[in-house]
Design a protein around this ligand. Structure first.
Ligand code: ADP
Length: 424
């Protein structure tokens, strides 16, 4: 059987990658589209994920983006949909989690959906409608100080109610623990009471498995990535995905590699230090020098490198250096200067034959995929949890791309990513 089975809409890029990686653990082909696809569906996969950038967009924008993603996914053949947001329920007072869910429900004629951001493996659990980060309630966790979406309430019903027009309900852990039939009965009870938006408790993977089993036929599910993880196996047992469903086979890519690091997180600093210690060729970009010299010196250095040695170009620096550059050049200006330069390096390396590209930094990844004109990624094996190898075409070249945001990965990430790809 072909065609898209599940259409997923994610409110940011790294969240989309996380969801795509978990679905891809099934071995079934998963495609990730970066931004709203510009062309009608073609070369579609059983699982399609569209990465929007709508988490903090104005509500009307976020709703419009999600509805156009929905139409594209419907055209791809999907009849079931998943609205993916952060496992810490990142949103503003106005939205966009609730308004988008309600708009998708209206478009689908759905009278009910569930909200389950729990991700027990990563310490996100929900009990009596309250979200916990590790042992802390959400509102006492570091999320309370997030620069864009400070979370000052841990209760998902209270967070959701002002965002939607229809009533909110809860299926608590006591019902969830009784299994899929009890969850289905609780959903039906909520329907009879007119409750449309149902928060569902989950504290363990078994809860998510039962919730997914009970909700797999809903036109729309919403949540973090973890509650979607059981869906491929459930679809297989339902016959929605047959044995001949397209599977992911990693294409071979030539071994020449470039590593580009624009993240300044603590883990990325450690990863750069560990990679430098291997003796691999490394070039440090300093924004205060770069602003005077332009990109020519780094591009010349790159052109002289043997890409079989997997050179690293990095702007990664400690917080004091970052602050000093930002003070002198401006925050946005420094970011753009580095991102533009690393994007130019990605293009230069591709044109010199690099077919494996490893990138550190969320924004940096955005700049690099844009420069390489990458619109679609096929999701391969995970290098570390949350960071899979992905495969794409750039100007007709088959490229393997690893996109690592901020603090992900272990210290040996740059080496580990390379050793995971077999040399053709
Ligand atoms: P992360 O995923 O760790 O947040 P991002 O790539 O999203 O990484 O963000 C890092 C930002 O810091 C980018 O805009 C990048 O251009 C910028 N940056 C990188 N190096 C420096 C530096 N040395 N000084 C100032 N800003 C930098």
């Amino acid at each position: 059987m072909t065609g898209t089975r599940l259409g997923c809409i994610a409110d940011d890029f790294t969240g989309a990658t996380d969801l795509a990686g978990l679905l891809a653990r099934s071995g079934v082909r998963v495609s990730l589209r970066i931004g709203m696809p510009q062309a009608p569906p073609s070369d579609t996969s059983p699982f399609e994920v569209i990465a929007l950038k709508s988490r903090t967009a104005p509500v009307e924008d976020a709703v419009a983006q999600a509805l156009s993603a929905l139409r594209w996914l419907q055209a791809a053949g999907a009849t079931r949909f998943f609205w993916k947001y952060c496992s810490t329920f990142d949103c503003t007072a106005e939205g966009n989690i609730g308004p988008v869910a309600e708009a998708l429900m209206d478009a689908l004629g759905a009278d009910q959906t569930i909200y389950c951001p729990a991700f027990p493996e990563n310490g996100r659990s929900i009990f009596m409608g309250n979200l916990f980060v590790g042992q802390q309630p959400l509102a006492e966790s570091p999320m309370k100080d997030h620069p864009l979406t400070p979370m000052r309430d841990s209760n998902l019903m209270r967070l959701l109610t002002p965002q939607v027009t229809r009533p909110v309900g809860l299926i608590d852990r006591l019902s969830v623990a009784k299994g899929p039939d009890a969850i289905r009965a609780a959903l039906a009870e909520h329907t009879s009471q007119g409750n449309a938006h149902i928060v569902v408790d989950a504290v363990a993977n078994e809860d998510l498995r039962d919730i997914a089993a009970a909700c797999r036929d809903l036109p729309l599910m919403t949540g973090g990535s973890a509650v979607a993880m059981p869906l491929p196996a459930l679809y297989q047992s339902d016959g929605l995905l047959t044995a001949d469903a397209p599977r992911m086979t990693a294409p071979q890519t030539a071994a020449d590699t470039i590593i580009l690091s624009g993240s300044c997180s603590a883990m990325t600093n450690a990863q750069v230090a560990a990679y430098r210690a291997t003796g691999a060729p490394c070039y440090q970009l300093d924004p205060l020098t770069l602003v005077n010299t332009g990109q020519a010196p780094v591009l010349e250095w790159l052109a002289a490198q043997d890409l079989a040695q997997a050179p690293l170009i990095y702007a990664t620096a400690d917080p004091a250096s970052v602050k000093a550059a930002q003070k002198k050049l401006g925050v946005a200006e420094t970011g753009a200067l580095i991102e533009d330069t690393l994007a130019a390096c990605a293009l230069g390396a591709r044109d010199a034959g690099a077919r494996r590209v490893i990138v550190a930094g969320g924004e940096t990844s955005g700049a690099v995929t844009k420069a390489l004109s990458v619109a679609q990624l096929d999701i391969g094996a995970e290098i570390v949890p949350g960071v899979p190898w992905t495969y794409c075409k750039s100007e007709g070249h088959q490229i393997a791309l690893a996109l690592k945001s901020g603090n992900f990965g272990s210290e040996d990430f740059f080496t580990r990513a390379q050793t995971q790809l077999e040399t053709p």
